[in-house]
Design a binder for this molecule. Structure first.
Ligand code: F6R
Length: 607
């Protein structure tokens, strides 16, 4: 949700800023811009739309040793050049880029307007910029600290001043900001991938800390501007992760990376016949005392939670529910030391999920985070932590991170039932064997690409598509429906197969596409009844099912069958591949921007 990059060093900043913006584009693509320190001035270049628009405007003569850049996901003010960052203060002495939301910007704006400040944009960020100018008395750090004191809300800020050459000032609260030292210069960025070069040390700025970055030094301060020492972290990041490696889209590349992402995740927590989560530190006493588990997340992470709910209850018998983070955080959920709140997030930066975690901690619940990005805010705040090992995910629509989330939840379900002492050695061995074999099952599903591509032709002109399933098939329907709607812009909804007849079935008419996920053997006859009900009203069925059920479908139905004999509870690992590929091909055939769907951003760091 907005990406920040800044560079100061011995080389021209422009190529570093442009590389950084391209790599951060997944965080927002409504507009972008750069600000460069020139002799006694700050030069600003901004464009509406994707980074490619800014690239067209960058001329070879542009040169500066220091600059900041921004890619925007609009919150305050429409996507336009006027609202694009960087913003300049009234006398052009300060330029700033911002990620976050200043909640009291309207009040400050009114005060500043009364004092004669004029605003060129509708953004909350410009308010910060003018306030900086107002508070400036010759010392930028003191001025920034004073300005931050007046702000409510969240911010990651990179700031340059025309009189402080080759220097970038930074601050953060509730939005991520990292500082990197490299042999080519020093960086500030929202995400490690943005530097495009290897940074030997990365520093994670904490809330209320400030930083001053020059060509040769990194200095850190607390909110009173007292110098502080910070320890560098090594953040595992493979720059090649952020390349497409011959695939047309990141999404397709990431779909194909799933067998190895799955293997990396499972191998991190399984060895020598047992499952262990070293950063989660669960004792048998704690597990046996659990009265309820809440699994909390947003979007696909929530859908992973719905899957987790079914298998944790099935295996461990612990009462479990899945909750949408933005609802959970403002609900009055009863929490105590015998409840476990599991927060799931790929980015570890989702504002609602972080708030849910903090609420759970404040109410004394046990907490566990399942996170993909090392060093992310959630990873730092977590009491107990399990990393998914999906690697860098660039496409806005998640694929491999979701798969790794359900992988961790499957391991966790086995682990919890084992800790409770209710799993026989034989069942444990059988379950683990099945989990270990799923990477090859996932691999086999990837070979159905061609057939799903032609099936996409039949769905691409639909206006509405309904997804149905029961139990883990329902959890998978939720994810399949979200994947298709977010990248193809076809209206899709998922329902428990038994629920449709309580209202929604009135929307089914001749030719309405219904995707039926019916992988579970134990409830197949029940799901089939639901399929018959919608078929009787003219629905056109696409079934994601098993080969043995094929004869139960008619020649008029589209039937996709999984290729491995997986037990019911793990069948989503195969089924999800078909749904991801179907969504991908449908979106491509509709000419959609698969990796960067409209109105979306990869990490939602605002409420
Ligand atoms: C959908 C998708 C989103 C995210 C959601 C949570 O494809 O990617 O629904 O799952 O925004 O993001 P994280 O997992 O980063 O908290």
């Amino acid at each position: 949700m907005c990406g920040i990059i800044g560079y100061t060093g011995k080389n021209n900043a422009v190529p570093y800023l442009m590389t950084g913006l391209r790599k951060l584009e997944y965080r927002g693509y409504d507009s972008s811009g750069i600000a460069l320190q020139m002799a006694n001035d700050i030069f600003v270049l901004k464009r509406q739309g994707k980074i490619s628009e800014l690239e067209k405007a960058v001329t070879p003569e542009l040169f500066s040793f220091c600059g900041i850049g921004h890619t925007r996901w609009a919150t305050h003010g429409e996507p336009s050049i006027r609202n694009a960052h960087p913003h300049l203060s009234r006398n052009s002495s300060f330029a700033i880029v911002h990620n976050g939301i200043i909640e009291n910007s309207a009040v400050i704006k009114e005060q500043l307007s009364c004092e004669g400040y004029h605003f060129l944009s509708d953004t909350d960020t410009e308010v910060v910029c003018q306030l900086l100018e107002k508070n400036y008395k010759g010392n930028p750090l003191l001025c920034i600290a004073e300005t931050l004191n007046a702000l409510e809300g969240s911010y990651a800020l990179a700031i340059i001043h025309k009189d402080y050459p080759k220097t970038i000032f930074c601050a953060k609260k509730d939005s991520p900001l990292l500082i990197g030292r490299s042999s080519e210069g020093n960086f500030v960025f929202s995400d490690c991938c943005a530097s495009g070069v290897h940074c030997e040390s990365i520093y994670c700025l904490e809330d209320y800390e400030l930083a001053e970055i020059t060509q040769s030094s990194l200095s850190f301060f607390d909110k009173e501007c007292n110098p502080i020492e910070k320890t560098a972290r090594t953040v595992a990041f493979n720059c090649s992760d952020s390349e497409k490696n011959g695939f047309c889209h990141y999404m397709l590349k990431e779909i194909y990376e799933q067998p190895s992402a799955y293997k990396n995740t499972v191998n991190a927590y399984y060895s020598g016949g047992d499952i262990s989560f070293p950063l989660a530190r669960f004792s048998s006493k704690l597990v046996c005392g659990l009265e309820h588990i809440y699994i909390v997340g947003c979007g696909s992470a929530y859908h992973a939670g719905v899957y987790g709910r079914y298998i944790i209850e099935e295996l461990s018998g612990i009462s479990t529910s899945a909750e949408i983070a933005s609802e959970f955080r403002y609900g009055n959920v009863p929490l105590n030391e015998n409840t476990l709140v599991i927060v799931i997030s790929q980015s570890g930066e989702t504002a609602d999920s972080i708030a849910a975690l903090e609420l759970a901690k404040s109410k004394g619940a046990q907490t566990l985070c399942i996170v993909n990005v090392e060093g992310s805010t959630m990873a730092q705040k977590a009491h107990r932590l399990i990393y998914t090992k999906a690697g860098t995910e660039i496409a806005v629509a998640t694929t491999k991170a979701y798969l790794c989330q359900i992988a961790v939840l499957s391991l966790l379900a086995v682990f919890l039932s084992d800790k409770k002492g209710i799993l026989s050695a034989e069942t444990k061995e059988k379950l683990i064997k099945e989990i270990l074999s799923l990477d090859s099952a996932i691999e086999k599903e990837l070979t159905s690409n061609e057939c799903l591509c032609s099936l996409a032709d039949r769905l691409k002109n639909a206006e509405h598509i309904y997804f149905i399933g029961r139990n883990t098939d329902y959890a998978l329907s939720l994810e399949g429906s979200l994947k298709l709607k977010e990248i193809s812009y076809i209206h899709c909804e998922a329902y428990p197969a038994g629920e449709l007849k309580h209202g929604t079935i009135s929307l089914i008419e001749k030719g309405t596409p219904v995707v039926a996920v019916c992988l579970r053997r134990d409830i197949f006859p029940k799901t089939l009844s639901g399929i018959k009900e919608v078929k009787a009203r003219g629905a056109k069925i696409t079934a994601i099912t098993r080969e043995e059920f094929r004869p139960l479908f008619g020649h008029e139905d589209n039937v996709i069958t999984i290729k491995s004999d997986i037990c019911d509870m793990f069948s989503p690992f195969a089924g999800v591949i078909a749904l991801q590929l179907l969504s991908y091909h449908t979106a491509v055939k509709r000419g959609c921007e698969v990796d960067k769907p409209r109105n979306l951003a990869k990490s939602v760091t605002v409420e």
